[in-house]
Write a new protein. Structure first.
Length: 181
């Protein structure tokens, strides 16, 4: 490589680090999630399996309900579509695909950590009238990608509440310390 390429790469790395970009690392969840059980109701099986994979990829153990320290329950998964545009003949040209996933999280004592949170994702889908079989396959593929995105978003939400759980005792301790003085 010549010096110009090295300078360009160095500048790009500097700019990326300056804007706060970093690779996604291991999820930093509260220790309560070390042994987690993921359950589902109705059509939530696919999302529940993807959530389990997210936990395992982040080195958290998936266990049976009686061994769990936290229980993630996928309450529902619904798919829908709405018409976005029509062609000049009044035929559908574009849909908005919608995925909704409801989730709730409890600890082993039954304390609710997350109460019926909904993750809603949408994607635009161009409908080709001459490719009906291809449309159905592509639509299912898009829904599967949306399920994977939903499982990641659910893990991010659990990471956010983990910060709240970890900070809560500090607040109580500071209030206790000030009341003792």
């Amino acid at each position: 490589m010549n010096k110009l390429n090295i300078c360009v790469i160095a500048i790009m790395l500097f700019v990326l680090s300056a804007c706060g970009y970093r690779l996604a690392g291991k999820a930093d969840l509260d220790p309560i999630f070390e042994s987690t059980h993921v359950s589902y109701q109705g059509r939530g099986r696919a999302v529940a399996e993807l959530i389990e994979k997210q936990f395992e990829a982040n080195k958290y153990e998936i266990v049976e309900q009686d061994e769990a320290t936290a229980i993630v329950d996928v309450l529902y998964e619904t798919t829908d579509r709405e018409i976005l545009s029509l062609d000049e003949d009044g035929k559908v040209r574009e849909y908005e695909l919608i995925l909704r996933v409801g989730v709730s999280v409890k600890d082993t004592e039954g304390n609710v950590l997350v109460n019926n949170q909904e993750v809603r994702l949408t994607r635009d889908f161009l409908f080709e009238i001459n490719e009906l079989l291809g449309n159905a396959t592509e639509q299912q593929s898009i829904y599967q990608e949306m399920r994977a995105d939903a499982s990641r978003l659910i893990l991010y939400r659990l990471q956010a509440i983990s910060v709240d759980i970890q900070e809560a005792p500090e607040v109580e301790n500071s209030e206790t310390a000030s009341s003792q003085e």
